[in-house]
Ligand binder design. Structure first.
Ligand code: NCD
Length: 366
């Protein structure tokens, strides 16, 4: 088990150097789009979207078109064989006959990982449940690079739904690898970052603190990353209604911010950023969308090139089989896949699909 081909399932599948190279390539694409207009001619991208999406799917589609390639796929699982009960492992073994690379979004955590085990073509995780979203992270990083010129020595505040906000999880893992990064996690108590992530960042010694007061954190921040409360991940409407308006960013709250603060949001926005903030010079959420297309062009081009060169993943993970994962959002609870865990240096075991700690209870909102 373990794929023989390079994919992007989580942001840490790419080294810091590889991310720097992707960002440099995206910058070159921005400067010289004509140079890349044909580089994926005769290649096909399949977009398999089991969950709603506007910008991510269109961004992948536009990216492949601008590289001269073609796109096929589905944006509604109900209209595909999935509705007949087909499992991910079978779907990708079918689709690989029609495409050279797959971008998959799934409501179950770890579904793209399962896909990567069966497909002979690269898989890109376009968001899996409340777990991770590495290509949004790449879009965020290109935006940070274009405005801050660096990934080091920055204080990054994440605000909103940090429990289910997959973009937060991936960006934390990505930025934590650079020097001089500090995190401030701003959320209501019920939506704090998941335990597995807190354990991970504790182990790695990242600098962070958690608060439920955005105003208190504001003066320190170089980057404020706002997020939507993820309605679709809640068990009940009542829980969502109670938490949905926990933080609303408006101009009075920005009064104590640094002059050069940048404000990011993966979008869609519901009402966590007042429209008046759009005129703030640091409000970059629509630029993030644009950057998302360029970095996805860089990613598709790179993964296809690596596939042709036969580059293999350099994973040294220590894997064991154990009892089934307790996270109800994990792909292993709905499809017949072996219960596999990665063993970390401190002996803790994390589900290979969704990262949940072995034996942990599902995240619970009281
Ligand atoms: C995010 C996602 O799908 O996780 N959106 C996106 O891809 N740009 C954030 C969200 O849905 O709130």
């Amino acid at each position: 088990m373990l794929s023989k081909i390079r994919s992007l399932l989580e942001i840490t599948d790419f080294t810091v150097e590889e991310i720097d190279e992707l960002v440099a390539l995206a910058m070159d694409i921005i400067a010289n789009p004509k140079k890349y207009a044909d580089v994926c001619k005769s290649k096909k991208l399949a977009t398999l979207f089991y969950e709603p999406s506007t910008r991510t799917r269109l961004s992948f589609t536009a990216a492949m078109m601008e590289l001269g390639g073609n796109v096929l796929g589905f944006s509604d699982a109900a209209a595909s064989s999935v509705s007949k009960g087909e499992v991910v492992a079978d779907t990708v073994r079918v689709v690989e006959n029609f495409a050279d690379i797959i971008a998959m979004r799934h409501n179950k955590e770890g579904a793209p990982w399962v896909a990567s085990q069966y497909a002979s073509i690269p898989i890109i995780n376009a968001g899996d449940g409340g777990h991770c979203h590495p290509t949004q992270t790449l879009a965020d990083m290109l935006t940070i690079y274009r405005h801050k010129g660096r990934f080091s020595d920055l204080t990054v505040g994440f605000c909103g739904d940090l429990l289910y906000g997959r973009t937060v999880h991936s960006l934390t893992k990505a930025m934590g690898r650079y020097r001089g990064i500090q995190f401030v996690f701003v959320s209501p108590d019920e939506l704090r970052i998941p335990d597995y992530l807190r354990r991970d960042i504790d182990k790695k010694g990242y600098q962070y603190y958690e608060t439920d007061k955005l105003e208190e954190a504001m003066p320190r921040l170089d980057i404020l990353y706002m997020t939507r409360v993820q309605k679709e991940r809640f068990d009940s409407e009542e829980q969502y209604d109670r938490l949905k308006d926990s933080f609303i960013l408006d101009m009075p709250k920005l009064r104590h911010a640094k002059d050069d603060i940048i404000i990011l949001h993966p979008l869609p926005r519901v009402n966590e950023i007042a429209y008046e903030v759009d005129a703030h010079p640091g409000a970059l959420y629509f630029e993030q969308v644009r950057n998302g297309k360029f970095i996805r062009m860089a990613l598709i081009y790179t993964l296809l090139k690596w596939a042709e060169e036969g580059r293999r993943p350099t994973s040294s993970a220590n894997l064991v089989e154990a009892s089934p994962c307790g996270n109800p959002r994990c792909i292993s609870t709905v499809e017949k896949v072996p219960a596999i865990y990665t063993v970390h240096a401190d002996g803790t075991r994390h589900c290979i699909y969704c990262d949940a700690l072995e034996g942990s209870q599902p995240s619970h909102i009281p």
